[in-house]
Design a protein around this ligand. Structure first.
Ligand SMILES: [Zn+2]
Length: 87
């Protein structure tokens, strides 16, 4: 795989994909990619981009459902508090 930015060799690697949707920050770890040995440019293959988009769209839908459903929101908040609290 050649780097589209500088034309050097890009090798198989893994990275974290971060998508900022404003209210939601989606971080996907261990995403397969190619990384340029020269300029560190990250290159995704087409199927990986499609998978990231599918994941981001699913998270967007989930976020909308949580926001319009007060019961789910209470459930989510309880889950967060439950992490550090000793009941
Ligand atoms: Zn490069």
């Amino acid at each position: 795989m050649k780097c589209p930015r500088c034309g050097c060799n890009a090798i198989k690697s893994k990275t974290s994909s971060v998508t900022d949707l404003g209210d939601v920050l989606i971080i996907i770890r261990n995403v397969p990619c190619y990384q340029c040995e020269h300029c560190d440019e990250i290159i995704y293959t087409g199927d990986v981009i499609a998978n990231i988009e599918r994941f981001v769209n699913a998270a967007k839908t989930l976020h909308q459902e949580i926001c319009k459903n007060p019961a789910l929101l209470r459930f989510a908040a309880r889950g967060v508090r439950g992490c550090g609290d000793v009941a």
